[in-house]
Design a protein around this ligand. Structure first.
Ligand SMILES: Nc1nc2c(ncn2[C@@H]2O[C@H](COP(=O)(O)OP(=O)(O)OP(=O)(O)O)[C@@H](O)[C@H]2O)c(=O)[nH]1
Ligand SMILES: [Mg+2]
Length: 377
């Protein structure tokens, strides 16, 4: 083999190597000639076996019923939010309308005011809110939705007043039980609310006595006793048509004898226009206080009655010194604005709100949660 032959073999060999490398490189650059890959299945999630024909898939089977236990506060608040949220509530809709207005002209503000007044917010609070918003939004406008919403929240919160003491006063002094007296017109939810309160107190390991000072109907005492029996709390009751003040006195005496923590006294629903019945309420309180101070007088107001609730509140406040308001039936057609009015008028905080007929449908009132519920979409 001469030098020329060697050179040709060398060149051919080099060409083969170069061609091979180029071919492999190009193959790598091309997309794989395989089928598209399936999206990866997360391995942590167990996969249920496919349902047999005629069988209900596991995901659709009803959950095993849980044992009864008081509902967590967070879930109750979620319910409040749902019930008061923008689309479900005229007050909330009215409030949010100002955020979606293209132009904040006089007509837009008039509409805003009208909606708030018809939502039980009252003339004074409505004007205060409108003036504050007109002033603030005149500077920034509603072009920045988040900021406008923040301003609305701040002004609304001022009206609802987050600084009021809303704690239920259930602690007695000097070894005596705390005494809670519950008053209000017919059917506002007094007995039901007492049942719910008893449940909460028992859950807090407090010992409770109930007093059925509604002696108008035997059924009223039965209703209260049923609530008490459920949570193992005794109910002191008197003869039908008997003196309600006497029953209230006996209930507090029983609380003292038993060393109970709290005595809760139910009263008959009474129209604020019936002077005799209103006087009787004053007497009940005075008689109780021969034994122990009344630590809390709760006035029940049905939130769906709007302005009438306010008129009732004034009259009750004249007869017994109201220390807290329970706004019931905020789950119904109530607009909620009454919270602001009634607090202003009486200078007494709303302490609890009723959100339904269920045993756990009573929630401590919180200004922030209330405002946020109204402003949630
Ligand atoms: N939807 C709803 N219903 C409620 C609420 N609170 C009470 N109720 C219902 O209102 C009705 C009257 O409640 P009661 O507790 O008997 O009212 P009351 O004030 O004791 O009534 P009288 O003793 O007759 O004056 C009952 O059907 C309750 O279930 C609430 O927050 N929401
Ligand atoms: Mg009752």
């Amino acid at each position: 083999m001469d030098l020329l032959q060697l050179l040709i073999i060398g060149i051919l060999g080099l060409a083969v190597v170069v061609a091979g490398t180029v071919f492999l490189a190009r193959r790598r650059a091309l997309p794989p000639a395989t089928k598209p890959e399936l999206p990866a299945r997360p391995t942590a999630e167990p996969t249920a076996p496919p349902a047999e024909p005629g069988e209900t898939p596991a995901s659709e089977l009803p959950a095993v019923p849980a044992l009864e236990r008081p509902e967590a506060p967070a879930t109750r608040m979620a319910r409040l939010r749902r019930r008061l949220a923008g689309s479900n509530n005229p007050l909330a809709r009215g409030l949010l309308s100002i955020l979606s207005s293209d132009r904040l002209d006089a007509e837009a503000w008039d509409d805003f005011e009208a909606t708030l007044i018809t939502s039980d917010l009252g003339v004074g609070p409505t004007q205060q809110l409108t003036e504050a918003l007109r002033h603030e939004l005149a500077i920034d406008g509603v072009s920045d939705q988040a900021l406008a919403r923040q301003i609305l929240r701040t002004e609304l919160l001022k009206l609802v007043d987050p600084d009021l003491d809303r704690e239920l006063k259930v602690d007695g002094a000097d070894g005596k039980p705390g005494v809670v007296l519950v008053v209000g017109v017919n059917g506002t939810g007094k007995t039901t609310t007492i049942g719910k309160i008893a449940r909460v107190l028992v859950a807090e390991n407090k010992t409770v006595v109930l007093g059925a000072a509604d002696t108008f109907r035997a059924a009223a005492a039965d209703q209260l006793q049923t609530w008490g029996d459920r949570v193992g709390v005794p109910t002191v009751r008197g003869p039908e048509g008997g003196d309600p003040a006497a029953v209230a006195y006996q209930a507090v005496q029983r609380g003292l004898d038993d060393g109970a923590d709290v005595v809760v006294v139910d009263t008959a629903g009474r129209l604020h226009t019936k002077t005799g019945l209103m006087d009787e309420l004053g007497k009940i309180k005075r008689v109780i206080e021969k034994l122990a101070p009344v630590t809390e007088v709760l006035l029940l107001i049905d939130a769906t009655t709007g302005q009438n609730g306010l008129i009732q509140a004034r009259v009750f406040a004249d007869v017994v010194q109201i220390t807290g308001i329970v706004l019931s039936k905020l789950d119904g057609s109530a607009k909620g604005g009454i919270v602001v009015q009634v607090q202003r008028e009486l200078g007494v905080p709303v302490k609890l709100i009723g959100l339904g007929e269920g045993v756990d449908d009573l929630v401590p009132f919180e200004a922030e949660a209330f405002v946020d519920a109204l402003l949630s979409e």
